[in-house]
Write a protein that binds this ligand. Structure first.
Ligand SMILES: [Zn+2]
Length: 245
């Protein structure tokens, strides 16, 4: 039994989740997770607390997934690419300096990553950080494109298959992909943040899909033959997400 008539806004705790509930003139219950990870429910003015709790409970899986997405996004924003930060390039922690320039672009100068910035891309506001990340992504793509031909030549000889086409693209969800119908292989340019053996591992992995499209026992025994180090390379990739979105 409810001990008071519903107030316009109240915070309820449902299975450890803090939920901000607003009663207003809407037709149905709705739920959002904000960019600052707050859970908000709005509901028709006569809705009882028990109904709100049942509603939130029925969507707990969705809420958890949304919160996880938010926390990986906020981990992402910690990589501001500010002066004095470090950035992994080919698996090596590389100091970053920002220098004034006429456009925003990145280059490697010896063991230093230089990002040239303009007055509008120097600060830590979202637009400036995004511009610096775009510059870094362009550099990584350049690095990957220049490293790829030698790696491909070596891995194709080992695996005994050839891709019909090699593409380099920045991807947020996978390191590589293979179209087994056309034989085209796409490699994530963010691999230029990881040590060179990771690129070799991914190239070998995608080439092995030209023998076996699934990740079954046969596939893994091909990987064992052609790239015995594949478990270590995979562990390295899992430990170091590129964080460049
Ligand atoms: Zn695969």
């Amino acid at each position: 039994m409810s001990n008071a008539s519903p107030q316009p806004v109240r915070v309820l705790t449902v299975h450890g989740l803090k939920v901000e509930v607003t009663w207003k003139s809407v037709k149905r219950l709705s739920l959002t997770v904000t960019s600052s990870s707050r859970i908000r429910v709005s509901c028709p003015s006569r809705t009882r607390e028990g109904e709100v709790i049942a509603f939130v409970t029925s969507r707990e899986g969705w809420i958890q997934a949304a919160l996880e997405r938010q926390s990986s996004r906020s981990a992402d924003t910690r990589s501001l690419l500010a002066n004095g930060d470090t950035q992994r390039i080919w698996g090596v922690s590389t100091p970053l300096v920002l220098e004034p320039g006429t456009s925003t672009r990145a280059r490697l100068a010896g063991n230093t990553l230089v990002i040239y910035v303009t007055s509008s891309t120097y600060g830590n506001d979202e637009t400036a950080v995004q511009a610096r990340r775009a510059a870094l992504r362009a550099l990584l793509a350049e690095e990957l494109r220049s490293a790829l031909p030698d790696v491909v030549e070596k891995c194709e000889a080992v695996v005994g298959r050839h891709a019909s086409l090699w593409r380099v693209r920045y991807m947020t969800s996978r390191w590589g992909s293979c179209n087994t119908r056309t034989g085209a292989i796409t490699i994530n340019s963010a691999l230029a943040t990881e040590s060179p053996r990771c690129l070799e591992g991914v190239v070998t992995h995608e080439l092995c899909h030209l023998w076996d499209r699934r990740h079954d026992a046969r596939f893994h025994s091909l990987m064992d033959d052609f790239f015995p180090d594949w478990r270590e390379a995979r562990a390295e990739l899992r430990a170091n997400p590129p964080l460049l979105r």
